[in-house]
Design a protein around this ligand. Structure first.
Ligand SMILES: Nc1ncnc2c1ncn2[C@@H]1O[C@H](COP(=O)(O)OP(=O)(O)OP(=O)(O)O)[C@@H](O)[C@H]1O
Length: 251
């Protein structure tokens, strides 16, 4: 069995004359958190869109657990184990936390468990809901209406809904954006727990958080991978520093 959860081979995406992603290749190992960083317009979100199947690459290939998924649409990629969490768009704000998780559990089990075995079906749903309430720390809020909770708790619920089908690959687009200062530590802890045993790609503009969460940093600029390595090495890399410094000077 391969320990490469996700692989990009020469992925290229063009919007007209602009190459948003330019021959990007990388192997993302299972059980690791990868921070994807780079200045505005570097191609980070476009890459996540390609991996999630929201956007087709013009060239190159994407492999998930060794299988070529380049031509797979988004809903099939979700079944193949790719989960993406980016905003609180997956939750129903007028429903409680438990109801939101129940819907995600129903979707997961509808394909495998017969509805007519109601007791077994309900037990499995309940087990999944309880496991996710525990993982996300949302048990004390299980009967709260999702839309009335703090933004940080809503993001935690969104992550819970994403994790419920047990994806092997987790794509996180700015998971800390909009979260209050006092909730950053708990959100960071949750991302660490969620990452266990998975391949995680994380786009995050909070540099302290991305450097402490990630085991490997991949740096993009103008659609290309310009560096990769351990957070400490990346922080002292001259090319990377000049890319960011250049941006700061221009701002
Ligand atoms: N649908 C689109 N049509 C045309 N150009 C696009 C489209 N989506 C992205 N781009 C362009 O592709 C380039 C990469 O954009 P992308 O959003 O992936 O960058 P990013 O690294 O995520 O930036 P940011 O950190 O600002 O979110 C940018 O120049 C952007 O303007």
């Amino acid at each position: 069995m391969t320990n490469i959860g996700l692989e990009c081979r020469d992925v290229t995406v063009s919007f007209g004359a602009l190459k948003a992603i330019d021959e990007f290749s990388h192997q993302f190992k299972t059980g690791r958190i990868y921070g994807l960083i780079g200045p505005n317009g570097a191609g980070k979100t476009t890459l996540l869109n390609v991996l999630a199947g929201r956007l087709a690459q013009n060239k190159g290939a994407v492999l998930c657990n060794g299988a070529d998924i380049s031509a797979m649409p988004a809903h099939e990629r979700a079944r193949a184990g790719i989960g993406r969490s980016f905003q609180i768009t997956k939750i129903y704000p007028e429903m409680t936390v438990a109801e939101n998780l129940r819907i995600a559990a129903q979707i997961k089990h509808s394909r495998f468990l017969p509805f007519w075995n109601a007791t077994r079906y309900d037990r499995r749903l309940q087990q999944d809901i309880e496991a996710m309430l525990e993982l996300t720390g949302l048990a004390p809020h299980c009967n709260e209406i999702a839309g009335t909770m703090s933004y940080g708790l809503q993001r935690a619920l969104e992550l819970g809904v994403t994790l419920l089908p047990q994806p092997t690959i987790l794509l996180l687009d700015e998971p800390l954006a909009g979260i209050g200062h006092h909730e950053i530590a708990s959100a960071t802890r949750l991302i660490r727990s969620a990452a266990e045993g998975r391949t995680v790609l994380l786009i995050e503009h909070n540099m302290d958080a991305v450097m402490s969460l990630s085991e490997e940093i991949v740096v993009m600029s103008n659609g290309r991978k310009i560096a990769c390595g351990a957070p400490q090495a990346i922080q002292s890399d001259q090319t990377v520093r000049s890319v960011y410094l250049g941006e700061e000077t221009a701002a």
